[in-house]
Design a protein around this ligand. Sequence first.
Ligand code: COI
Length: 359
Amino acid sequence: MAENVKFVEREQLKEKPDPSDLGFGQYFTDYMLSYEYDSEQGWHDLKIVPYGPIEMSPASQGIHYGQSVFEGLKAYKHNGEVVLFRPDQNFKRINDSLERLEMPKIDEDVLLDGLKQLIDKERDWVPEGEGQSLYIRPFVFATEGVLGVRASNTYQLLIILSPSGSYYGGDSLKPTKIYVEDEYVRAVRGGVGYAKVAGNYAASLLAQTNANQLGYDQVLWLDGVERKYVEEVGSMNIFFVENGKLVTPKLNGSILPGITRKSIIALAKELGYEVEERRISIDELVEAHQRGELTEVFGSGTAAVISPVGVLRYNGEDYVINNNETGEITQELYDKYIGIQSGELDDPQGWRVVVPHYE
Ligand code: COI
């Protein structure tokens, strides 16, 4: 159901950043979408407002007890039009995350309509360079200023937009070095691992910093009970190529159900690859590597897209994958995926959504 989106104009538009030096998530556009919730009115007051600081109570529940969820998706420019990639999936998932944290769900169509109107206003901010896009960050947090531990009665949703390049900086297909974390865990079944909640990322930072200090880019998490089965990487799901077959951890409640993950599985099957979603132990991977059967490893995520892994560090050993080069299957999937997202290739699945011109 469409809802009237109010527009609050800013006095002066910002200067746009140098497109050759965008980085990831460093610059923000002129406007953001705002939506508010209170228990009497429900979700209300959908508006496009100038991007800028927000005022909130220092006692806000979102700050103290972490009722805070987010999403990430992208817009691309192709032949003068701006397209979104599978936005319905992100809004479905934000509702799953909201439900898990006892936060109020949002009408997905209202949100999509609001997002389209925001992007329409900001279409000049969508970068067109190779590997660039407008990264879209919807997020919802609790705003009620009271310190009792209970679900907040008030919430705010914001969608902010950031013209961005590759997540890891430089060439997005440069292989990364991954540290297999066997001390800390990210999530356990029955917890919040499958939801995109802010606290999951906070809980990952100590291990990530430790890995960074040892010269690794990200951490590969093992399951929280036996520390034996691989789950996901800091900001990506993970895929392995074993004997020409793609294998990826089966969703089990503690793994984020990535939209890129789901899309890659569909694409790989279409391209004729066998894909297995199942439990994968770290020992199986080490043994496959020793036999020369673990030929490629890559991560998948909205921000990271498809990111080859060149080294896996486990138990004091560096396992080099495919000579630390991007593998053939990884490259094929990357080209196909980016081609569909950006509009260069056909979109038989209907994953692209064109942003209308409202005025
Ligand atoms: C994304 O891929 O959009 C993410 O949310 C991962 C990360 C940047 C937190």
